[in-house]
Design a protein around this ligand. Structure first.
Ligand code: GLU
Ligand code: ZN
Length: 299
């Protein structure tokens, strides 16, 4: 089988238990299918980036024994490709400028979608404010978008109701994650996307963009996201500690355990290459729990 997988961390901080899980899951699934595993640094959002985080993540991945294929791609160097895709969508008359502030949007609708208030397409029907840098949104419609996630099963959204017209280019000129991820997955020939379930709700928007740009749809697998005791996703904001590169065996054991792989306890004392060998040989995708968020107390 032709399999190209990838891992696409954002350099907002060092790797923590939560980001390790997505790395381990995407790596094992790719390697268990004799696939390639590509690495992409999603450093589009320069204002949110932490200086040095990208090289820290790469060093951590290397210490853990991950072996990626090919060149590492940096999104910050790929604006031209995003601009080309943006232009294709503009030619289809699907893009329009929006100068609404957050407050104006909040005051203009009560309709909530999957990620808060749904933008009511205000600027589609009116002239935008002069002397204001606009963001650019893509028109959505009421045609349901469905896909069958390997773990989460069938997922369907109606974008006009569930997400609304979403931003592809921000007022500061930066292209957004939704556009960049679609362009890059296609450019890298990615066939299988294994990532955290926090991104499940983004997938229909990505499939919509793939349809409009006439790109093939990858197979999606959304694995559970680790939370802290308060049920919050582990992240820099929730102060998740960096993975301990001094106890690699333990960290990999816990990641595999979290992913339902039942690793033998003694594997914690093995060298990384032995652990990978075990993990890849014994990888069982269907054993991954189906919940989207899971508290794991040994992180
Ligand atoms: N860069 C995203 C993150 O770190 C992942 C994007 C993806 O896997 O599609 O959350
Ligand atoms: Zn607007």
């Amino acid at each position: 089988m032709h399999y190209i997988g990838r891992y696409a961390p954002s350099p907002t901080g060092p790797l923590h238990f939560g980001s390790l899980i997505a790395a381990v899951a995407s790596y094992c699934d790719a390697k268990a299918n004799a696939g390639k595993w590509l690495l992409r640094i999603e450093d589009l959002d320069k204002p949110r980036e932490i200086a040095g985080a990208a090289s820290t993540i790469l060093r951590q991945l290397e210490t853990f024994g991950f072996e990626w294929d090919g060149e590492i791609i940096y999104q910050s160097q790929r604006s031209q490709y995003y601009a080309d895709a943006f232009e294709q969508l503009q030619k289809q008359q699907l893009i329009y400028p929006c100068t609404c502030t957050r407050k104006e949007i909040a005051d203009s609708t009560t309709h909530s979608g999957i990620e808060g208030l749904v933008y009511p397409s205000t600027c589609l029907q009116r002239a935008i404010k002069p002397n204001t840098a606009p963001a650019f949104r893509i028109k959505t419609n009421a045609v349901p978008i469905s896909f069958n996630d390997t773990i989460q099963g069938n997922t369907s959204q109606t974008l006009s109701m569930d997400s609304g017209d979403f931003v592809l280019k921000r007022a500061d000129g930066l292209f957004t994650y939704q556009l960049a991820v679609v362009v890059d997955d296609a450019a890298q020939g990615v066939t299988h996307i294994v990532r955290g379930a926090d991104l499940l709700a983004s997938t229909p928007r990505q499939i919509y963009l793939q349809q409009l740009l006439q790109l093939t749809h990858p197979i999606y697998t959304h694995v559970p996201v680790a939370t802290n005791a308060a049920g919050e996703k582990l992240s820099k904001q929730t102060k998740a500690p960096a993975v301990d590169t001094q106890s690699i065996g333990q960290a990999l054991f816990h990641a595999l355990d979290f992913l339902g792989q039942n690793p033998p306890t003694e594997i914690q004392n093995s060298q990384p290459d032995e652990i990978w060998n075990w993990a890849i040989t014994n990888w069982q995708l269907h054993q991954i729990p189906r919940q989207k968020y899971v508290f794991y107390n040994k992180q």
